[in-house]
Design a protein around this ligand. Sequence first.
Ligand code: F6P
Length: 341
Amino acid sequence: MRIGLLTGGGDCSGLNAAIRAVVKHGIGEYGHSIIGFRNGWKGVAEGDVRPLTRSDIRGVLDTGGTLLGTARYHPHSADGGLDAVRSTLENERIEALICIGGDGTLHAASKVAETGVKIVAIPKTIDNDVAGTDRSIGFDTAVHVATDAIDRIHTTAESHNRVMVVEVMGRSAGWIAVQAGIAGGAELVLTPEAPFDIDRIARYLRHRHRAHASFSIVVVAEGAVPAEGTSMEWQTKYGRFGEIVSGAISERVAAEIQERTGFDTRVTVLGHVQRGGTPLPSDRILGSRFGVAAVDALQQGRTSVMTALRGEEVILVPLEEVAGKAKPVPPELIRTANALS
Ligand code: F6P
């Protein structure tokens, strides 16, 4: 079989493990040809191919990023995009596609699948907000990076008696914020799922510093928003590709805290550092498992599905059940993140 392979959307650590697994298993077990497309759906629309052999995936297991390149491009919303995709697939005699991506790429995958293309999707995103799977490739490494940063910020916060506001990624879900917040011992974690009241935050910090503490760490997901009717005015129109400005919410939260409490406050925006670097073993393993499962799915004739982790098991879920669906952080995790201060 000639299988097309692409990585779309924001990159993350663990993508190369998935690419490697598709190539190794696809060629080694079944004798398939793996035709990579550069830069996600854009490369498919433009016919930008890169056939992959075993030598292309040598030494990539522990590397960050994606050897295929990636882009935020969606054929269904570009002029003539779906036709261009179809014609490349025909020209290259691609019989099925494996698409590795987050919500945007998977949404595009479901649109392309509707035109009759055989597709298996693999979820990746540091935001961990793809529905239907417990975890997506890249999330664990991002949480590790963010936790390490919070650990480092702890010592400087304590030395200077400051409130440190740390912004992590997460446009529409606060998965990194809650997990890194818990692991790093943050006092408060602000997420898109639980809109905050800045006056309560300021009251809490004043009380905490009066009672026993000399410093505090507040982790803010970039998509966090104040609750309606509270005193901080803030409008964020975030859609699929976010009109979220990196650093904006954390700068504002820090300014409001400083104004209300008088505490010396600083901001750290972790940004893309969360997306890079050596993947943790768990992301290499997840990428490898999803890559093997995707190739096996095609071999068994299962298409329009996504590989997913449920508990300890890798399963296949229908693409239409997950594409475009939200996966908010459950209230229990948010509560835990804010209950340990
Ligand atoms: O990959 C998801 C994500 O990391 C979001 O959390 C973040 O808002 C966005 O990507 C940043 O995207 P870009 O790299 O295109 O600026």
